[in-house]
Design a protein around this ligand. Structure first.
Ligand code: ADP
Ligand code: MG
Length: 383
């Protein structure tokens, strides 16, 4: 789960990583009063709160000289679309005089199987460009999870990138706090970009990104509560409630793919895409699904109006094929699904019984042999 900037900064604050206090505004009414109530010094910066970076370049970070101008910017930004996310909240903060913009993050790195510390004294909006044109300007070091941030890690990243050593103690302290947060909150990523060096020579987090492992949310009620403020797809929420993983894919697609395992899901999506068709969404059933659960999964899929074809591909070991077929029939009957088709590919336990069940149901369900044949069946239905 990706937190919004102000949610990430609230966590930074909890760990005493220096941040600026700001005002969160979630409606266009009384904006000027609320900015005034925040007693901010002008100029201020108005920032769109969306779960994506690159806001500066997309018009989601703007400066204002007066309360009236700030209020106008807030009203213009609320409701705006920033890289596919609707702006429901904006954050107003004082504009800081900055000497330099640094980059500091800790991410879970699958390659080194460790938390990876990344630092650059050339942070800010062009960090991706720096990575391409000036890779020496960015230093990475895998952390020993039991030792956390050691002095020599900090010396190494600063020396390698030519950062001013006078900020060494401050950088170490900030990195330590960030690491504690990373560890305590089961984070996949904590990032400060920019970590500003201000006119007084103090470091301050001007932006914040925190990504938490969804599997840890049961232990983190404060983070789970943040979820209400995020824009979540209704079917993702619905599916999660019953322990399915629903993955929206292409808005303009009209095929829904379901399987018991993410690898098989991806193979199905690849083959369907190669045949020139678009998958709208995928759903991972997990293991051992019963007919009731299959019926619920198909119902969730069919509640997306764009979906006209549902492809279920299961390898039936613990998940029995007849349970799958029974659930599929149940859902199709209930949906009274006019103009909808279900393609079913099953392999494994009770496969024959499953095929009989479908054949005797008289429902618009096609049983196909193997994934390539299933893809052809989907193609035929569509053309
Ligand atoms: P994003 O990473 O989504 O583009 P940032 O919060 O990093 O958004 O803001 C983009 C840029 O705006 C920063 O690199 C910095 O130059 C400037 N900026 C952001 N907040 C402030 C602030 N409080 N004071 C001065 N400049 C800021
Ligand atoms: Mg940023």
């Amino acid at each position: 789960m990706k937190l919004l900037e102000y949610q990430a900064k609230a966590l930074f604050d909890k760990y005493s990583v220096p941040i600026q206090r700001g005002v969160v505004i979630d409606s266009p009414e009384g904006t000027e009063e609320r900015i005034n109530a925040g007693a901010l010094r002008f100029p201020v910066v108005i920032k769109a709160q969306v779960q994506t970076g690159g806001r500066g370049k997309a018009g989601g970070v703007k400066f204002a000289e007066s309360p009236a101008e700030a209020a106008k910017l807030c009203r213009a930004m609320l409701g705006m679309d920033i890289r596919g996310f609707k702006v429901n909240e904006v954050l107003a903060l004082e504009k800081k005089e900055i000497k330099s913009e640094w980059y500091l993050s800790i991410m879970l790195d699958r390659y080194s199987k460790a938390p990876l510390l990344i630092f650059s004294p050339r942070g800010g909006m062009d960090i991706e460009e720096t990575a391409g044109t000036n890779p020496e300007g960015i230093a990475k070091v895998p952390l020993d999870p039991l030792r956390g941030i050691q002095d020599y890690y900090i010396s190494y990243v600063m020396d390698k990138t030519g950062a001013d050593r006078q900020y060494r103690a401050q950088l170490k302290e900030t990195a330590e706090k960030l690491y504690r947060l990373f560890f305590d909150y089961y984070a996949m990523l904590v990032e400060i970009n920019p970590l500003a060096v201000d006119e007084q020579g103090l470091l301050c987090a001007l932006d914040g990104k925190v990504e938490i492992d969804d599997n840890a949310l049961p232990f983190l009620p404060d983070i789970a509560a943040c979820r209400d403020k995020l824009q979540e797809d209704p079917q993702v929420v619905e599916a999660r409630r019953v322990n399915f993983l629903f993955i929206p894919i292409e808005e303009t697609g009209n095929i829904g793919v379901m399987s018991n395992g993410s690898g098989m899901l991806m193979s199905c999506i690849d083959l369907i895409s190669q045949r020139g068709m678009k998958v709208h969404a995928a759903l991972d059933l997990g293991g051992g699904a019963t007919s009731d659960r299959i019926a619920e999964a198909v119902r969730i899929m069919l509640s997306r109006p764009r979906i006209d074809t549902v492809f279920i591909c299961v390898f039936g070991g613990i998940t029995r094929c007849d349970e799958v077929a029974g659930g599929a029939c149940m859902a199709m009957k209930k949906a009274g699904a006019a103009g909808k088709r279900l393609i079913l590919r099953m392999e494994g336990t009770n496969k024959e019984r499953a095929a009989e069940l479908v054949a005797s149901s008289g429902l618009p369900i096609t049983v196909a042999e193997g994934i390539p044949n299933s893809v052809e069946a989907i193609y035929e239905y569509h053309n």
